[in-house]
Design a protein. Structure first.
Length: 151
């Protein structure tokens, strides 16, 4: 990794949202639209598409590398935990922050997220205003406070 590629703050943050629930995708987009950082949000709806996007395969050969991945666990085709394991096991992708954003707050899912080197496990609130506050908090921390590599 090029150490000179780290910069702060990001002028245009790239987020990959991996979620198969259209309502959650809409709420996430709306929450990010009202945030302080400028975000370009790409959305894929299953784990296989997420891996293709991140590895720049198939329809995603020109996809930009995201600064942050928001990853649901319960995905079709390839589970969120499998996506997380592959991302964190790949030296070219491992430095991308991955926040698991899931309806599951079960202890085994939280432990699995951190065992697979996820950067955070966040339970999705049901209430829209709480959901919005959580998304904006993630955005604020990972894209404004923390330094992330610009791969």
């Amino acid at each position: 990794m090029n150490q000179n590629a780290i910069r702060q703050p990001l002028a245009q943050a790239r987020i990959l949202l991996v979620d198969d629930d259209p309502g959650d995708v809409l709420m996430t987009r709306e929450s990010l639209a009202g945030s302080s950082s400028r975000c370009d949000v790409a959305v894929v709806e299953d784990g296989a598409m997420a891996l293709d996007y991140l590895h720049k395969r198939g329809a995603y050969t020109e996809a930009p590398t995201p600064h942050l991945v928001l990853l649901d666990l319960n995905l079709p085709k390839v589970s969120g935990h499998q996506v997380l394991a592959e991302v964190k096991g790949d030296p070219g992708l491992a430095t991308i922050p991955v926040v698991v954003l899931s309806t599951s707050a079960a202890a085994h899912d939280v432990v699995a997220t951190y065992a697979l080197h996820g950067n955070a496990h966040v339970a999705k609130p049901v209430d829209f205003l709480e959901f919005q506050a959580v998304i904006r908090g993630i955005d604020e921390f990972f894209l404004s406070v923390a330094q992330v590599p610009d791969l």
